[in-house]
Design a protein around this ligand. Structure first.
Ligand code: TXA
Ligand code: MG
Length: 345
């Protein structure tokens, strides 16, 4: 299959979307930008179309998809009810990087929900995404547009690296502004529970809801022991081996690992903050991923730099972790998985 590419802007005309919209309506898979990462979209009401997502992504069938909508009202057709928790979150955070899990409406494809009786719904803030969804007039099922286990794509180039030839098209809307996926929150019980940390942090959710639970699997405890088995599996991962360094002795441990790797003649990739960079020698492949004091910039660059290291074919990535406040929880959640839990403290 030849994968088409359309370059669109937020102010592109309706006719510029036409081909992508028609392909979606015909049951094909089209990748598109959102504010978080690129999504791999298909008609969420058409099981055969949704099945194509799982094939292109090589995703296990027991991992459910998010349905993306263009307008707040669109949620009512997809869930059996919107409780007051969900309504408060919709009022404050939509459109934006928050995905709500609610009891599903009758008729939602089992393939989308992986057989669960709940469904995940999100209204993205990216206008290209919303225009596409609105013009298709369909809920669009979309996981991140990477092959399973690889880092999520933040540019159309990244999408093509994984999907060229296996999907009908990709809308190139430039780099995504957030860089890590949406926060996923389960609203089905009395106290809402964060299932996946994302751009919207615990504090912001607590401001609206008073109290929120956090699924144990999303948090990293100090003993470097995952509290949920899922945390130990590789995910969001580069090809190179990766090690993440945190805590007080960070620089010492980091430097030692670097010297060891250089002694072994390994090609080293370094992911570090601007603050730390000053102490590191220049003749290795270093990616400064932003200021430690600006975690949004770290989030934005994380996946793209992991992919860049793979293009440079480094053997090992040594990465500086961040604190878990705000979006830091999402960043560390991804880094721990990318490192296959190889975290040095
Ligand atoms: O930012 C994002 O959320 C991106 C963009 C494209 O919107 N999408 C994304 O989708 O990250 P994906 O499929 O890569 O991740 C969806 C997450 C998975 O962890 C999945 O297990 C969870 O949401 N999920 C989906 N439906 C669920 C449900 N009914 N109950 C619990 N978790 C669910
Ligand atoms: Mg994903």
């Amino acid at each position: 299959m030849k994968t088409k590419i359309w370059r669109l802007h937020e102010d592109s005309l309706e006719m510029d979307y036409q081909e992508a919209v028609e392909l979606l309506k015909k049951g094909e898979v089209v990748a598109f930008p959102t504010e978080t990462v690129y999504g791999l979209g298909a008609n969420g009401l058409d099981s055969a179309a949704v099945a194509k997502i799982f094939i292109a992504k090589k995703r296990p069938a027991d991992n459910p998809l998010i349905l993306h909508i263009a307008d707040k009202e669109d949620i009512y057709a997809l869930v059996s009810s919107v409780n007051s928790t969900a309504q408060a979150l919709i009022d404050h955070f939509w459109p934006g990087p928050l995905t709500l899990v609610l009891p599903k409406a009758a008729g939602i494809s089992k393939l989308v929900t992986a057989g669960l009786d709940t469904v995940a719904v999100r209204m993205p803030s990216n206008l290209i995404a919303r225009n596409l969804i609105r013009l298709a007039n369909l809920p669009i099922a979309a996981p991140s547009a990477n092959i399973s286990t690889k880092p999520s794509p933040t540019t159309a180039f990244d999408v093509l690296e994984d999907m060229n030839g296996s999907i009908a098209g990709v809308i190139d809307g430039g780099g995504t502004i957030i860089g890590v996926e949406s926060t996923v929150i389960d609203c089905t019980s009395k106290v809402a529970k964060i299932l996946r940390p994302g751009k919207i942090g615990i504090g912001e959710l607590e401001e609206i809801l008073g109290v929120v639970d956090v699924d144990c699997g999303t948090i990293f405890n100090n003993n470097t022991v995952p509290c949920s088995p899922g945390m130990k599996y590789k995910h969001y991962a580069p090809k190179a081996k990766m090690q993440t360094f945190i805590g007080k002795n960070f620089l010492e441990n980091f430097t030692q690992a670097l010297n060891n790797a250089l002694k072994e003649n390994l090609e080293v990739g370094i992911l570090t903050s601007e603050e730390t960079l000053k102490g590191i020698s220049e003749n290795i492949f270093v990616k400064t991923w932003g200021k430690r004091s600006d975690k949004n910039s770290l989030a934005k660059n994380l996946y793209s730099y992991l992919r860049e290291f793979d293009r440079q074919k480094v053997d090992i990535i040594l990465a500086e972790g961040v604190d878990e406040q705000g979006i830091g929880l999402a960043i560390m959640n991804r880094m721990i998985k990318a490192s296959a839990h190889n975290v040095v403290e």
